[in-house]
Design a protein around this ligand. Structure first.
Ligand code: NI
Length: 435
């Protein structure tokens, strides 16, 4: 962040501190309601944890969510982006349309925890039998948003505008050959009718201490793009390389060249960036130089300008290195997930609400994460804020806390209330903010 934008953001934050006008009586009512629902959130989460479902197959999960939402008198839409659920809370009073999103899918991971509500579910994934587990904590996201829906429905007369609750399938990625997730929800019009002004989302974090909220303005999580490169040379006997154009040596040069795009050509003081080659395939036998080599990898970026530039440089580096050897390189790059970009102005404005929820010293600005999150698709269309909620039990070294997507993944349920309060506070904070 440059000096000027630092001061701008600071000034906005100072102005915002006085403009989030939720009256104190309503605030204490919200706090009490959150506390009263804490055990219910835990119980719901345990239910979802015990019965996880893979991406685009969240049928029982959706049905359970709908059953609850029906008791709240909300306008409910089902089957959005396959198994998604969208519910509308209309106050009848003019005001902003605020969307709140929870992702609802689990992962092909076999749980190793000995919790009484540990998952015993089994499914077939990519032709393999596997356990299914909420190994990323989306179970807690569902439970928290169900509670937010209940509390705000009860407080409807205190509110204005519209709240749109989005229970989104397939954040972890749709099965091969299928569409799904936030991308499909946006395509199916989830941000329209009524048109959404702002969107908030959270992610529970097994390596962030309980009670803390972690956030970052601008690029919070990386864009994930995939690339593949086909190098074509000329086949020959391995004993006579001068008869060949060796695609393996050319590929090795290209792979090294790609790393210099990061180390020599990217402005790393601005944002981090990553190029990883994760797959390489060439040849069939020791003494045959093959005609072709193929390799593929992932690109992670946190700044749109850097992302576009890195894509161009990958093409340039690969084709020109190949050309220098008399080979050809065919490059294809697929944009998978955009940057999870927290609108800086919105982030500064919502900071007081996050601090209200977690306490002044428990809202921490963190480094960017090079993992990706499909909440980014919503943020491409409307300003949005995505933040992390700590659920690492006290006394654990973050370095040893079981990470997301692993069989030992574990979250401390006492962290949920911070997430619940944060969702309530950013919603009401934005709703009553003076423009
Ligand atoms: Ni996740």
């Amino acid at each position: 962040m440059n000096r000027k934008s630092f001061f701008t953001v600071t000034l906005i934050a100072m102005a915002a501190a006085s403009s989030a006008q939720v009256n104190s009586k309503f605030q204490s009512k919200l706090d009490k309601q959150a506390k009263d629902m804490e055990q219910q959130v835990i119980d719901w989460r345990r239910h979802f944890h015990q019965y996880p479902e893979l991406s685009n197959q969240e049928n029982k999960t959706s049905a359970y969510i709908v059953e609850h939402l029906k008791t709240l008198g909300l306008k409910i839409q089902t089957g959005v982006a396959k198994t998604g659920v969208v519910a509308l809370l209309e106050t009848g009073k003019p005001g902003p349309v605020i969307a709140l999103r929870a992702d609802i899918d689990a992962l092909p991971v076999t749980e190793r925890n000995s919790l009484p509500f540990a998952s015993k579910e089994i499914a077939t994934y990519n032709g393999q039998q596997t356990g299914v587990m909420h190994a990323c904590g989306h179970d807690s996201h569902i439970a928290i948003l169900m509670a937010v829906a209940e509390i705000l429905s009860k407080d409807k007369s205190d509110l204005k505008g519209t709240v749109k609750f989005i229970f989104q399938p397939a954040e972890e990625g749709a099965p091969v050959g299928e569409e799904g997730g936030a991308d499909l929800m946006v395509k199916e019009g989830v941000l329209e009718n009524p048109k959404v002004d702002v969107i908030f989302g959270l992610h529970i974090q097994s390596m962030t201490p309980v009670g803390n909220i972690a956030y970052r303005p601008a690029g919070m999580m990386a864009a994930s793009d995939w690339f593949s490169i086909k190098v074509k040379g000329k086949q020959a006997h391995g004993a006579a390389p001068w008869m060949s154009i060796d695609p393996i040596v050319v590929s090795a040069q290209i792979i090294t060249g790609l790393q210099t795009i990061i180390s020599r050509q990217s402005e790393l003081t601005k944002e981090a960036a990553v190029i990883t080659v994760g797959r390489i395939q060439a040849g069939i036998r020791e003494n045959i130089i093959p005609e072709e080599a193929n390799f593929a990898g992932t690109i992670r970026t946190l700044d749109k300008g850097m992302q576009d530039k890195i894509h161009e440089k990958i093409k340039l580096t690969a084709t020109k290195i190949a050309e220098s050897a008399g080979a050809t390189a065919e490059v294809s790059i697929e944009r998978k997930t955009p940057i999870t970009f927290n609108d800086p102005e919105l982030t500064a404005k919502m900071l007081p609400s996050l601090k209200k929820a977690a306490g002044e010293n428990h809202v921490i600005e963190v480094h960017a994460v090079t993992g990706a999150e499909d909440f980014a698709f919503y943020q491409q269309k409307v300003p949005g804020l995505f933040f992390f909620v700590g659920a690492m039990p006290a006394g654990i070294d973050p370095a040893n806390a079981p990470s997301h997507h692993t069989p030992d993944f574990l979250i401390d349920e006492s962290g949920f209330i911070t997430g619940l309060k944060a969702m309530l506070d950013v919603t009401t904070g934005y709703m009553f903010m003076k423009k």
